[in-house]
Design a binder for this molecule. Structure first.
Ligand SMILES: Nc1ncnc2c1ncn2[C@@H]1O[C@H](COP(=O)(O)OP(=O)(O)OP(=O)(O)O)[C@@H](O)[C@H]1O
Ligand SMILES: [Mg+2]
Length: 311
């Protein structure tokens, strides 16, 4: 979306179809319909949209858990379809890490934090198998994510959700990931600790040049962390560009609807609603949108685009 450097990752015209699991098993459900985006070093792209619009499917395709039906995904210009050997796959998964909504899900309750971080360091050869050096590196990692070094000797259940999420961030630093796919990483955390976790992610971006795909329902946190935002609706990206632009000058009715739900005084959502007094008919219009027709994109500003409604 921005031309400032070459993208780490590129989604090109991605389509993903799933077989329906209902009565009509032969039905095909199109979960993603022509998705394009680029992610850059040291920057975050927020993927925002309602439940079921296809955000996590995008992340799963990037991790190679799923494969696209059409289109290709490029990592440093290489089609990830070509990454097939165990060695290349391990290397790719080292570079592209995932942080999940539930901070417990990726931590083994029977192991200490020291074990989790040392394993990440050793598997990916980031530290000599030397106890003292390993301990020093783990202390350093914990400090980087603003956890006390004594956290190393604790078990996951002894930590708060926010602390666990910081451990997950330390794991991505331990392996030297270039791209982090953060799927609603703060939505299960108490509001009071969300900001701290987001701040740590910001530092991972600015101090370690990591790139983020930040998946969320919430435009306020997208605004906080991501330079660029893509708004998804029913498998399509309907509006995208600089986060500031998308939030302050939303064009698509669905983006406007999302902004109206943001309880963040920094975002001028009230102005947006006041511009559009008949808000209920607005919601109707959004509901009536077809998820299957890909409409032409229109440029709103230098880095701000919208997919117009049909009719
Ligand atoms: N393996 C699968 N088989 C069939 N359908 C699937 C599969 N994975 C996802 N889907 C469907 O694809 C659509 C997009 O799902 P996805 O998990 O990407 O949504 P999401 O935007 O991440 O939602 P949420 O915000 O609730 O996490 C949903 O309708 C979902 O039911
Ligand atoms: Mg999801």
């Amino acid at each position: 979306m921005s031309d400032s450097n070459t993208p780490i990752l590129e989604m090109n015209a991605i389509v993903k179809d799933f077989q329906s699991t209902g009565f009509a098993k032969s039905d095909i459900f199109r979960a993603l319909n022509g998705i394009n985006f680029k992610i850059y070093k040291g920057r975050a792209l927020a993927l925002v949209g309602e439940s079921g619009c296809g955000k996590s499917t995008c992340a799963r395709l990037i991790t190679k858990i799923e494969t696209p039906t059409e289109g290709n995904i490029l990592f440093h210009g290489q089609d990830i379809k070509e990454i097939t050997s165990r060695k290349d796959l391990l290397n790719y998964r080292k570079n592209v890490q995932m942080i999940f909504q539930d901070p417990f899900s990726s931590l083994n309750p029977t192991h200490t934090i020291y074990h989790h971080l040392s394993r990440a360091l050793l598997i990916h050869d980031r530290c000599a198998n030397n106890g003292k050096k390993l301990r020093a590196r783990i202390d350093e990692l914990l400090t980087l994510v603003e956890l006390p070094t004594l956290t190393a000797d604790k078990f996951p259940h002894e930590l708060s959700g926010g602390q666990r999420q910081r451990v997950n961030m330390a794991k991505t630093l331990a392996v030297g990931a270039e791209l982090v796919l953060a799927d609603e990483p703060t939505s299960m955390l108490d509001v009071s600790i969300r900001l701290g976790v987001l701040d740590t992610m910001k530092r991972m971006k600015s101090e370690h040049d990591m790139a983020f795909l930040y998946i969320t329902h919430d435009l306020a946190t997208a605004h906080y962390i991501a330079e660029e935002t893509a708004v998804m609706y029913k498998g399509q990206i309907v509006e995208w560009g600089d986060t500031h632009e998308v939030i302050n000058n939303p064009q698509h009715p669905y983006t406007k609807l999302l902004i109206s739900a943001v309880p963040d005084p920094e975002i001028k959502f009230r102005e947006v609603i006041e511009q559009d007094l008949d808000f209920s008919s607005h919601a109707e219009k959004v509901r009536a949108l077809s998820g299957h027709k890909v409409n032409q994109a229109k440029q709103v500003n230098h880095n701000h685009f919208v997919r117009l409604l049909a009719g």
